[in-house]
Design a protein around this ligand. Structure first.
Ligand code: TRP
Length: 351
């Protein structure tokens, strides 16, 4: 398996970012490695799996952006990924901008991607809204760059959120058409990647409003748990989280119409690995006065060590630069053969 995924750099990282994409990546890295080890123990050898994770900083150009903020967010996100458990010795961790092969391959794939395919992308329609005429060309061709991101490395599996499924299907269509048009059946240039969409993707909601996603842009600090929050801040925010006056129900059906209660139970479950039903088996009938401190405790236990690593690494520009430089050099090495094969297949003269 070769797992490849990207994330757009953002600042002000919070619990939602961790329990959403980041923790999934960490699990993928750890599970694949354990799987390889088991195979080696069993049969003496194994095809080594590999995980490549990158900051999609080139994708950030598709929307208006502030260069200083982009640079800061790229470094901050790198620190967060490492703090959360992405190990640059075991995964290839890099930012797109240091691996020009992504942009090069995108151009080659622009010849294969069809206008009609891109016109159907719902994310472009959502993000361009009524302002299609003033949307950037990059917003329109964004999915072609995303296809290049994964095809460059012969990705077999791509963990993404549900909203990215259509982009992955496009990457498969591009790969298929390119293979058909430019190379012989027995030596396809590209592997068709499979999306991996986490089923139980914990949707982490605001602590002030159980119907709004936890977000970095919510003006209220009390609405989210930031990765930089210390233990006291976490406990205080949990204790002040909005709830209703009822005790917790004893089964999941009892959470209907109680979005704040459902969110806190969901967070507890996501942090401890328990299903909401199991959380309610323990806490059903108890009030928030008992539940909130318990939730605060498990959160501090999980986030405490992450926070400490994050805060230290965030300030260590030299270490971050070194991590990204090393990751980029590994990524260039991994991607070079496929890019050459694509140039070759297209009849472009190089060397
Ligand atoms: N578009 C993805 C998102 O917004 C980020 C991304 C860019 C990505 N390139 C990718 C994800 C390649 C998976 C594979 O979440």
């Amino acid at each position: 398996m070769r797992v490849v995924s990207g994330i757009q750099p953002t600042g002000n990282l919070h619990l939602g970012n961790y329990l959403g994409a980041i923790r999934n990546w960490v699990r993928m890295q750890d599970t694949l490695e354990a799987h390889d080890r088991a195979q080696i123990a069993e049969s003496g050898s194994a095809q080594k799996s590999e995980t490549l994770f990158f900051l999609a900083d080139l994708h950030a150009l598709s929307q208006p952006h502030d260069p200083a903020a982009l640079r800061a967010a790229t470094l901050e996100m790198t620190a967060a990924l490492v703090a959360c458990g992405i190990d640059p010795d075991r995964s290839v961790l890099f930012n797109q901008a240091q691996v020009p092969l992504h942009a090069e391959l995108q151009w080659l794939l622009n010849g294969t991607a069809r206008m009609g395919w891109l016109n159907r992308m719902t994310q472009f329609k959502d993000k361009s809204g009524k302002n299609r005429e003033s949307a950037s060309v990059a917003l329109f061709t964004y999915p072609v760059l995303q296809a290049a991101d994964v095809l460059l490395y012969q990705a077999t599996h791509v963990p993404v959120g549900e909203d990215q499924k259509q982009h992955l299907e496009l990457a498969r269509d591009i790969a298929q058409k390119f293979n058909n048009d430019f190379c012989c059946e027995d030596a396809p240039v590209f592997t068709l990647p499979e999306p991996i969409i986490p089923g139980e993707a914990a949707r982490i909601m605001s602590l002030r409003d159980g119907s709004a996603k936890m977000s970095k842009s919510d003006p209220s600090e009390m609405s989210r748990i930031n990765l930089v929050d210390d233990a006291d801040t976490i406990m205080q925010k949990i204790k002040k989280a909005k709830t209703d006056p009822e005790p917790l129900p004893s089964d999941v059906a009892g959470l209907a119409g109680r979005p704040e209660a459902a969110n806190l139970v969901g967070i507890y479950g996501a942090l401890t690995g328990a299903e909401p039903a199991a959380v309610l088996a323990d806490f059903g009938g108890k009030g928030f006065g008992a539940f909130k401190p318990a939730l605060g405790e498990v959160m501090i236990e999980t986030l405490g060590p992450i926070r400490d690593r994050f805060v230290t690494l965030k300030q260590d520009r030299e270490a971050l630069d070194a991590i990204l430089a090393r990751g980029a050099s590994k990524a260039r090495e991994r991607g070079a053969p496929t890019l050459s094969a694509a140039y070759q297949a297209l009849g472009l003269v190089r060397h």
